[in-house]
Design a protein around this ligand. Structure first.
Ligand SMILES: Nc1nc2c(c(=O)[nH]1)N[C@H]1C(S)=C(S)[C@@H](COP(=O)(O)OP(=O)(O)OC[C@H]3O[C@@H](n4cnc5c(=O)[nH]c(N)nc54)[C@H](O)[C@@H]3O)O[C@H]1N2
Ligand SMILES: Nc1nc2c(c(=O)[nH]1)N[C@H]1C(S)=C(S)[C@@H](COP(=O)(O)OP(=O)(O)OC[C@H]3O[C@@H](n4cnc5c(=O)[nH]c(N)nc54)[C@H](O)[C@@H]3O)O[C@H]1N2
Ligand code: SF4
Ligand SMILES: [Mo]
Length: 757
């Protein structure tokens, strides 16, 4: 078969850059950026070029598998797998109720369509427990957003392209991206003489090397440094009083606490020069526009939720919000983040650890404790989808122990992972290039975009898309009818004669009359309207409802993007364009003033006072300087050129750093007489792993780093692929509010081991 030309997207990080690819029957031949993509406009990074290692490798699954008592897997038919799992789920529901069941994951960096449907299984099990990776990085941020802006769904983005002063805290976009076309954006910013770039990071990262100012902070002390900057503003009256007066409430209480911050002590604690901090404070406050971009360096470190508060106060107190070059709220096309009301009794708390849902998510850090306990309401059954918690959650050993205690572990995967290996059933799903897919990372403002990806390869072996797997399970559980012929016929009638518009009415009736269907509305739409779309596209059906909802909520911005600009129905026009334009569509073009509408407090003001966090701020001054029997702080999991979570399993994808070296300052290494390339044992309070040393003069003394996304056992478990860092991390080392782990702050020591060779 000759090569074909296809349009798709990269699935390795939240930017999901558009791709223009040449493919053979089942492999990538050439991968380029797609200039037509509305956001990435042709950009891509070096990781995307290796996507064939995701599509083709030894660990790909092609058959449903059941684990025998002996521990080996046997292939079984789909019917058997579905019947057996459905029966077991129903038995668990009946005997123990919904609290005994949880899901983990349901969508990763590139696949969110399936995530719509995993919720159906949770509903069928009467459970609310949804554990996800997001709740080990971003839930502290969501919690703060609720308090400041009125809803956990109010999520902030940064207008770096137009900003005069950009502050990066605990993030390395050069490697990790997270911002639009990161390397181009950073280069442009760095070259500009009139714009300033500041990086706060314990390592001189690739990003820091491009910056005008690098504050090489002591790990885990950002709360001290940020509080000091805010305190300087209050002391020297550098805040934007007009903005505060007009758009906020609660400033007086905040100000009182900031006035008490011992600035010089706090800056000393962060171990950065006081005069440099003073300059950053003054320049940020007086810049025409300034914005803040943060990520795991502060979200997965000490004071995680407090950091999320202080970081936002930087742009709020200076009035760099709702404006060009500042920080802004953005819209979500699909509700990837939910809202869990703190006061709502329906917002379940985890049974043993007592964490409430935040953004409708529960923290992975709590999960092993929720399973591995004798509490009568412990979790007994778990469905994992698009995640590998045994490798990526804190404390791998605790996960392994807990998963062995489950009555039922089902894993829906494209690959035989470390987590799948512990499952009772492994359900093979088609890869993201073999089914209709999309991500709901629509994180941009003022222009927001979305791409629906068409399959570019045939499904491998006996694999199915997640929607179909979960539909079959729900039918077997008696939750969903096998077919909805009348509604389906009405949907196809509407497709042929769009003016009829019978389907929305009929759907409304069906859902009103049959409450059981209402629980599974997404499946109903997929199985009716979805089946009138291109073959196999049914699981994209709910995007129709999303398009209508979005167009209604953001009417002007959607019309400004051209949908329904001629006066036709904007929701219908948006949906049609999503189906038609393979490179993706501009969803909406907003105005900066829209931010005030996005704020969900009734008064549309920002509520600056958060008593729980002000209490934490007051306690900072009393916090003892951590002393530890461990001489080093390990940043467990940095982003490098050749890691991409655990999405690529075959180590052959890596052009460099195959071993995933432990980076260390050469002077620290010399002191311990450790040469580059030497193997050492890295030991924490939780475990130890063997690692190889590489020098990094850009690190602070006393700080080590190991990469995230290594440690898979590839090819039937035969090949170990570098450090399994979560053997070193601990689950109780976490934020008190959000339960987020302090992965970037793991005390360790090194011990020389005898070389084998
Ligand atoms: N190449 C690559 N890119 C990725 C991923 C990947 O696996 N590989 N994963 C994606 C995902 S899921 C995510 S969430 C993002 C994460 O993206 P980032 O958060 O930007 O990436 P990290 O390298 O984990 O951490 C960022 C920085 O925090 C710094 N840091 C550590 N401790 C501290 C501290 O105490 N204070 C401060 N201020 N900084 C500190 C580290 O030195 C590091 O440079 O990356 C995404 N992009
Ligand atoms: N110590 C430490 N631990 C960390 C981090 C760190 O910095 N340090 N970073 C954390 C962060 S920010 C994150 S986001 C997590 C990420 O960790 P996880 O949430 O576990 O997610 P991924 O590593 O992205 O794994 C994605 C899985 O989805 C599978 N997959 C790919 N495509 C499909 C598909 O179409 N369908 C299905 N069903 N499965 C598919 C892949 O095979 C892979 O096993 O790791 C976290 N763990
Ligand atoms: S920036 Fe992210 S989405 Fe874009 S090519 Fe690189 S890994 Fe893929
Ligand atoms: Mo992440």
């Amino acid at each position: 078969m000759p090569n074909r030309h296809e349009i798709t997207a990269c699935i390795l990080c939240s930017r999901n850059c558009g791709l223009d690819v040449q493919v053979g029957s089942d492999r990538f031949v050439q991968i380029r950026g797609d200039p037509q993509h509305p956001i990435s406009e042709g950009y891509l990074c070096q990781k995307a070029a290796r996507l064939d290692h995701y599509q083709n490798h030894q660990d790909r699954l092609t058959q449903p598998l059941r684990r025998r008592a002996s521990g080996e897997f046997e292939p079984i038919a789909w019917e058997t797998a579905i019947e057996e799992i459905a029966a077991k789920l129903l038995a668990i529901r009946q005997r123990y109720g919904g609290r005994a069941f949880a899901t983990y994951g349901g969508g990763g960096q590139g696949n969110h369509l399936g995530g719509i449907y995993i919720g159906g299984i949770r509903c069928a099990m009467r459970s609310r427990f949804s554990y996800t990776a997001l709740a080990q990085e971003k839930t502290g941020d969501f919690w703060v957003n609720d308090r400041l802006f009125g809803r956990q769904t109010c999520h902030v983005t940064e207008d770096i392209d137009h900003s005069d002063y950009v502050l990066f805290i605990g993030t390395n976009p050069w490697q990790a991206h997270g911002i639009r076309n990161a390397r181009d954006t950073l280069r442009t910013l760095s070259k500009s003489l009139s714009r300033t770039m500041v990086v706060i990071d314990p390592r001189r990262t690739e990003t820091a090397a491009l910056a005008d100012v690098h504050l090489q902070i002591r790990p885990g002390t950002d709360a001290f440094l940020l509080a000091a900057i805010l305190a300087i503003w209050v002391r020297d009256d550098l805040v934007n009083n007009a903005f505060i007066e007009r758009h906020t409430v609660g400033y007086d209480a905040l100000r009182r606490d900031l006035l008490k911050v011992p600035i010089a002590d706090f800056v000393a604690r962060a171990d950065v020069p006081l005069d440099a901090v003073g300059r950053v404070a003054r320049d940020f406050a007086s810049a025409k526009s300034a914005c803040v971009r943060v990520d795991l360096g502060i979200q997965q470190s000490l004071h995680s939720t407090l950091n999320s508060y202080l970081e936002k106060l930087l742009f709020l107190l200076t009035g760099n919000f709702a404006k060009l070059g500042g920080n802004n709220l953005h819209t979500l096309f699909m509700p990837i983040i939910g809202h869990s009301d703190e006061q709502d009794p329906e917002n379940w708390r985890t049974t043993v650890t007592g964490f409430p849902g935040i953004g409708k998510f529960y923290p992975p850090n709590a999960l092993p404790e929720e399973i591995d306990t004798d509490h009568p309401e412990r979790i007994r059954a778990l469905l994992v989808d698009s995640a590998n918690p045994v490798l990526t959650g804190a404390d791998s050993k605790a996960y392994e122990r807990a998963f062995h205690r489950l009555d039922l572990l089902v894993v829906t995967e494209v690959a035989m992972t470390e987590t799948a290996r512990l499952a009772h059933y492994v359900l093979p799903t088609s890869s993201q290039f073999e089914k209709w897919e999309a991500t709901f990372f629509t994180l941009d403002f003022p222009k927001n975009g979305f791409q629906l990806r068409h399959p570019i390869f045939s499904p491998r072996g006996n694999t199915l898309p997640e929607g179909e797997i979960y539909r079959r399970l729900l039918v077997a559980m008696g939750e969903l009818p096998a077919d909805l012929p009348i509604l389906r016929q009405i949907a196809s009638l509407d497709r042929k004669f769009p003016k009829l518009r019978l389907y929305p009415l009929a759907l409304g009736f069906a859902l009103a009359l049959r409450p059981k269907l209402r629980r599974h509305a997404a499946f109903v739409v997929a199985q009716t309207l979805g089946r009138t779309l291109a073959p196999g596209a049914e699981w994209a059906g709910p995007l129709w409802a999303a398009a209508h909802h979005y167009a209604k909520r953001h009417r002007r911005a959607v019309r400004r993007a051209g949908h329904g600009a001629d006066g036709s129905n904007a929701g219908e026009a948006l949906f049609a364009e999503i189906l038609r334009n393979r490179s993706g569509v501009v969803l909406s073009v907003h105005e900066y003033a829209d931010n005030w509408r996005f704020i969900r407090h009734a008064d549309h003001r920002i509520h600056l006072e958060i008593p729980e966090l002000l209490e934490q701020l007051r306690l900072l001054a009393l916090e003892p300087d951590a002393s530890s029997e461990f001489p080093f702080i390990l940043i467990a999991g940095d982003r490098r050129s050749y890691n991409a979570n655990t999405i690529y399993r075959d180590p052959a994808w890596r052009k460099t750093d195959r071993v995933g070296a432990l980076h260390m300052h050469p002077a620290d290494a010399t002191e311990l007489r450790l040469a580059e390339g030497r193997s050492v044992e890295c030991k924490s309070a939780h475990g130890s792993i063997s690692v190889r040393i590489a020098y990094d003069p850009g690190l602070r003394r006393g700080v080590l780093t190991l990469p995230h996304g290594y440690g898979m056992r590839y090819g039937d478990g035969a090949t170990e692929t570098g450090p399994a860092i979560n053997r070193l991390t601990g689950a109780s080392h976490r934020d008190p509010i959000a339960g987020t782990p302090f992965h970037k702050h793991v005390p360790v020591r090194l011990r020389v081991v005898q070389e084998k060779d």
